[in-house]
Design a protein around this ligand. Structure first.
Ligand code: G3P
Ligand code: MG
Length: 248
């Protein structure tokens, strides 16, 4: 059993998060998958950006929900990170799916729908994944339990993860009851007991955001299904070293 290495917002330590350079780099480094965040534009188009507002990661201001795709495309999403990335733009989910389609990468699409409840977000994203025939290698995740429920009603055999950073002794039971078959938990919630409870209930367990070698090793030892990291290159090195040491 191998712990999958999933690049958090792409290789976001070395390139601007949720942009093509970060995704390209994660792919080149050999990550198993890519995690990215989705918000909806004013014209209802899914775009890849973590925050509800554009201020932190572009040269613009305002809410994604109040800007059209054309307005968002005019923004620079690279220069905040480094001059090297001037000219990088926000991309749509569709552009991302077209890029990833011919590659053997796993996708983790996180719906950003806790602060803003975007109308029909689940259906819009689901239909697009279905159109590109990518549902079988995608996990849809969200912190919003109601959204987990809505996704689970769209499709029976989809990989649906409840994201959480909160301690809850009934986590596995609660997640299952809302229709999730995977849990994406903050690293500090990781316990052997949680891993065992997931195993018992046939629930996939992935952990975010794992950037330290010591924490990565803990995931490998506990045979966690996946770790989500800003530094996929480091995680890949650590995994190879771990596997070499434990090959018998
Ligand atoms: O999906 C894991 C992680 O990305 C969740 O938190 O805030 O980094 O999107 P955040
Ligand atoms: Mg995320």
């Amino acid at each position: 059993m191998t712990t999958e290495i999933i690049a958090h917002r792409g290789a976001s330590k070395l390139a601007p998060e949720n942009t093509m350079p970060a995704f390209e780099l994660a792919y080149k480094q050999g990550a198993d998958g890519i995690e990215t965040d989705v918000q909806l534009t004013k014209d209802g188009i899914p775009v890849l950006i973590h925050d509800e507002q554009v201020k932190r990661t572009t040269n613009g201001k305002g809410y994604v929900k109040d800007l059209t795709l054309n307005q968002l495309k005019e923004l620079d999403a690279g220069s905040w990170f480094s001059k090297k990335f001037i000219g990088t733009t926000i991309i749509t989910l569709e552009e991302f799916l077209q890029w990833i389609k011919p590659k053997s990468l796993y996708l983790n699409i996180e719906l950003k729908n806790t602060k803003i409840i975007y109308k029909n977000m689940e259906t819009i994203v689901y239909d697009m994944l279905s159109h590109y025939d990518l549902l079988h290698r995608t996990t849809l995740s969200t912190f919003n339990p109601f959204s987990v429920r809505r996704i689970s009603e769209l499709c029976q055999d989809l990989d649906i993860a409840l994201l959480t950073s909160r301690r809850n002794p009934n986590l596995v039971h609660d997640a299952k009851a809302m229709g999730a078959n995977a849990l994406h938990v903050k690293f500090r919630l990781l316990r052997l007991s949680l891993k065992k409870a997931c195993q018992k209930e046939n629930m996939t367990l992935r952990v975010y955001t794992v950037n330290r070698p010591m924490h990565m090793r803990q995931c490998f030892t506990q045979k966690i299904d996946g770790l989500i990291t800003d530094v996929p290159n480091l995680a890949l090195q650590q995994r190879s070293a771990y596997q070499l040491k434990h090959k018998d």
